[in-house]
Design a binder for this molecule. Structure first.
Ligand SMILES: NC(=O)c1ccc[n+]([C@@H]2O[C@H](COP(=O)([O-])OP(=O)(O)OC[C@H]3O[C@@H](n4cnc5c(N)ncnc54)[C@H](OP(=O)(O)O)[C@@H]3O)[C@@H](O)[C@H]2O)c1
Length: 352
């Protein structure tokens, strides 16, 4: 059997994009032997610009450049050209776009235009960024195999909803044929860290400062603590898994800003816990009520046992019963790994 080279465009070379390149060398033989594929990067982009080499760029040189905190266009020269990122996505012979630029949930950019352009010309898309999915889920899925058209390019985004946690895949793929009664999930790392620390007696401000110190919270953590990051992820699950067209305004959102250490200690008294719960519950009319907010869960609830840096999801289905998954992620590798699993899941179609 021959090995098929998958030509990839990688946009975004930060924590996730760079980690993606870093995890590949140790897996190259496995990808060749098990999947009969080799990955080639024909273009990569960061905020400095986009570089192109049709015969493939050197991932190690890109990683070294980004570790030195340099712009990737510094690698240009000889047969490496600088082009507009959009031009590369629109024109370069490529099999897949791997999208890991920052998430902007108002405009969805730059990921939205990149994903549109790729899907329009039949290039498969794997997204770690959420913005485009939050803003234009319906449009992007209509352009992809989610529309039901088996010939349409693939769109995968399992890493966009809590990184390594197989939140989307379980609901969409593994519970196929069942009727999902509810989803309960902890999807935001910053608030899980803060609530854990507050349960140990730290005040809100100190817990937030600690989450920032260990690098899990944004310098401006409003999206985390006010519940919007979890709501964005729930929106993607509602659209993708529950197939209920959903906008952010359809979700009742409350953050953890009013939670006190006392609230958490009370919830923990009998072995339970207080979590920022993202929830979808099917009503008698078949529609799901969607919410994000602090919730006390009893000791027997699977999400009560989550550790400080864990995320988790619990599905209830009529025929599959209860299905739960948890992940402990230390850093960005888990999301990079999710991009790899997405790419491998569509590799047979690409190779064909
Ligand atoms: N970090 C996580 O654990 C995690 C988990 C799940 C999903 N995600 C999502 O994955 C995406 C990437 O996250 P990250 O942590 O890797 O972010 P990051 O470290 O900030 O990296 C973002 C990358 O995008 C580049 N970039 C910024 N603006 C750009 C533009 N206009 N055009 C092209 N490139 C641009 C940056 O360039 P420079 O290198 O020049 O700054 C950087 O390489 C985000 O959408 C995030 O929401 C992250």
């Amino acid at each position: 059997m021959t090995t098929r080279t998958l030509r990839c465009i990688l946009t975004g070379l930060g924590n996730i994009g760079r980690s993606f390149l870093e995890i590949l060398p140790a897996r190259a033989a496995h990808l060749r032997e098990r999947y009969r594929i080799a990955l080639q990067f024909v273009a990569v982009a960061d905020s400095s610009g986009c570089i192109v080499r049709e015969r493939g760029l050197d991932p190690a040189a890109i990683v070294a450049c980004k570790r030195d905190k340099r712009g990737v266009i510094e690698l240009a020269g000889d047969d490496i050209r600088v082009v507009e990122m959009m031009t590369a996505v629109q024109r370069l012979p490529a099999d897949a776009l791997l999208e890991a630029t920052p998430t902007d949930i108002r405009s969805g950019q730059p990921g939205l235009d990149l994903a549109r352009a790729a899907l329009q010309r039949g290039v498969h898309v794997v997204m770690a960024s959420k913005g485009a999915l939050v803003v234009a889920f319906d449009e992007l899925t209509r352009m992809s195999d989610w529309s039901g058209d088996r010939q349409a390019p693939r769109l995968r985004f399992s890493g966009a909803v809590a990184g390594a946690l197989p939140s989307v895949n379980i609901g969409w793929r593994d519970l196929a044929g069942g009727e999902i009664r509810s989803i309960e999930a902890v999807l935001n790392g910053t608030t899980q860290v803060m609530l854990t620390l507050m349960g140990e007696g730290k005040e809100y401000a100190a817990a937030l400062a600690e989450a920032q110190r260990i690098g899990i919270a944004e310098p401006d953590p409003t999206l985390d603590v006010e519940g919007w990051d979890a709501a964005n992820k729930l929106l993607i699950l509602a659209n993708a898994v529950l197939r209920q067209p959903t906008r952010l305004s359809d979700i009742a959102v409350e953050g953890i800003t009013r939670v006190t250490p006392d609230d958490i200690q009370r919830a923990r008294r009998d072995g339970g816990n207080l979590i920022l719960l993202a929830k979808a519950e099917r009503g008698p009319d078949g529609r799901y009520a969607l919410s994000v907010g602090p919730a006390a869960v009893p000791a027997k609830h699977p999400l009560a046992r989550l550790g400080m840096q864990e995320a988790g999801i619990v599905y209830q289905s009529d025929i599959f019963g209860r299905t739960a998954a948890f992940s402990l992620e230390d850093g960005p590798i888990g999301t990079a790994a999710a991009m790899l699993r997405d790419l491998l899941s569509i590799a047979p179609e690409i190779a064909a």
